[in-house]
Design a protein around this ligand. Sequence first.
Ligand SMILES: Cc1ncc(C[n+]2csc(CCOP(=O)(O)OP(=O)(O)O)c2C)c(N)n1
Ligand SMILES: CC(=O)[C@@H](O)[C@H](O)COP(=O)(O)O
Ligand SMILES: [Mg+2]
Length: 645
Amino acid sequence: MTRILDTIDSPKQLRSLSVPQMEQLAEEIRKEIIEKISVRGGHLAPNLGVVELTMALHRAFNTPEDLLVWDIGHQAYVHKLLTGRRDRFHTIRQFGGLSGYLRRDESPYDTFGASHASTSISAALGMAAARDLNGENTNVVAIIGDGALTGGMALEAINNAGSMKKNLIIVLNDNDKSISDNVGALHQYLGQVRKVQTTPSYQRLRDMAKGSIERLPVVGDKARSAAGRAETSFKQFVMHSKSGAIFEELGIKFFGPFDGHDIPLMLDVFENVKHIDGPVMVQVVTKKGKGWEIAENDSTTWHGPGAYNYRTGEIKKNVGDPPTYTEVFANTLVRIAESDPSVVGITAAMAEGTGLKKMCQRFPDRYFDVGIAEQHAVTFAAGMAVGGIKPVVAIYSTFMQRAFDQIVHDVCVQDLHVVFAMDRAGIVGEDGQTQHGVFDIGFMRMLPNMKVMAPKDEEELRHMLYTAVCLDGPISLRYPRGKALGVDMSDDLHMLEVGKAELLSPTTLAEAVRSDCTILAYGSTVAQAEVAARELSAEGIKATVVNARWAKPLDEELFLALAQGTRRVVTIEDHVVAGGFGSAVLELFEKHNLHDVETRVIGLPNDTFVEHGAPAILKELYGLSSAHIKEVVREMLGTQQPTLA
Ligand SMILES: Cc1ncc(C[n+]2csc(CCOP(=O)(O)OP(=O)(O)O)c2C)c(N)n1
Ligand SMILES: CC(=O)[C@@H](O)[C@H](O)COP(=O)(O)O
Ligand SMILES: [Mg+2]
């Protein structure tokens, strides 16, 4: 049987469907998403929750002329299916395939790139201001989740929108969830409002509202002139006395809550709010994971699962895999916290992702989820440090970018003891451009008072975290996404000497300075450097391998001795070249006038955003592989790869 979905090449076709056809399409879309995403994983529950909402938006608004601005974009799979990307949907998040988020270069329907939270209202308000300056008449709609609403930028934008009075529609997709349970006073406030929906009085009000909406004038150019009448009528019947009062008082007309899975109701609501002048917020209540019971019941697990069996709902796991870096970090933090009551853990809405959930379970009073509020998390930590507490702020490298000035102004200037634990450092893979953690060495290293380190494996991560907690002042460590190396783990925790690297092979300096070249590797790239050195030795090339441990302070004594001895140095890091570890080494050589040491810096290319795809593909492509290290060493030595006779 032909699916309706297969006839939808653009929202235009959607606009001619009957409501029952739209309901059938909703089911087809759910099936398509559940099946296609099962192959390699992706954002599932957020998308199942917005099927009807997305269809109603594309039908009620004249996209792409009317602008839909999605927040984060992890819930934009339905939008992709409806906007001409159905045929490529199976390629989503793979190298060369569709992005898992929004990209302006992917489709004219993607009006604003996203993946970091809380940007939609600012961007949409900017578009509304541009529209007015250009004398145009389009609708601009921001769609933001209740989680993203906890972000400072969203609140800054609401503050601005409420006073600018531009025509702007904000759809609050309230599913009562961030990745984990949502947090914060605003969330609690919206929770009280949301409850209204289930009370009989609300139901009566809603039924009345439906009748009133049907009578409203909504078509043609006359509609805008009828805005005042529409608004009064609409509000009179729909708006509960308490709902959204906070937004109303800030100058934003508030409507809702509405059932976001009720297609006719959604269509009525959107047809009407587009004729209202000034900024409007519509609260739409949806169920994360809607339509697949297993995902509805545990939307946290199903927020962004890996590959799964869509028939059984079993998420695929490889038995016997090493732990993830995240798990090792979290277990170590709990262990340190057990012996030091002043240690606390802070997350910005990533309890599962950073592993801090373990701190929450073990020490609920010493665990803080501040919402999607990285800036606040850092200054909150700084305040705690002033009070003699030792905060460990666990934030993905990419999201730490948000808090740069707080790290500078609130932590480093005051030399406060805050530990920055940056998970997902380096190439993260399928999440792509906006989520790779490839700038943090640069932005941390440049800051006065900051110390910067990265472990070569999960055992070293444990000692680094311990070192960071025991030292004083700002200190950061970075570690990659996913499985660790599976090395043996000790029981002890000991401090590492600040600014001291580890000479891995050969192990004595006397021998190391006599080798053909030095490979200075930082963090997760040490493993590739060791492989390269082993394989080069089979070719008769002696390469010294150093686990740098610190990008700041550098082990100057060791690096200078090796540079002067071997005269050839290769650095490698999982980070852009500009400002990274290799740059630090070049600065050191420059300071000591080592101009005649041949140096090569291996890292991600400057001025390039790394695409999405499997990490192995990306690392190979961008030269973060043992094969590339070998090529660079051979090139320096002027030797060719041996060929078989
Ligand atoms: C700045 C930033 N911090 C953290 C994240 C990670 N993150 C992705 S989705 C999400 C939850 C968003 O919740 P909500 O906006 O309610 O959307 P839902 O998933 O419920 O649809 C979080 C915390 C992010 N994308 N951006
Ligand atoms: C949308 C978003 O930013 C997160 O869901 C992110 O994809 C999580 O990444 P991990 O899968 O590495 O936790
Ligand atoms: Mg939500």
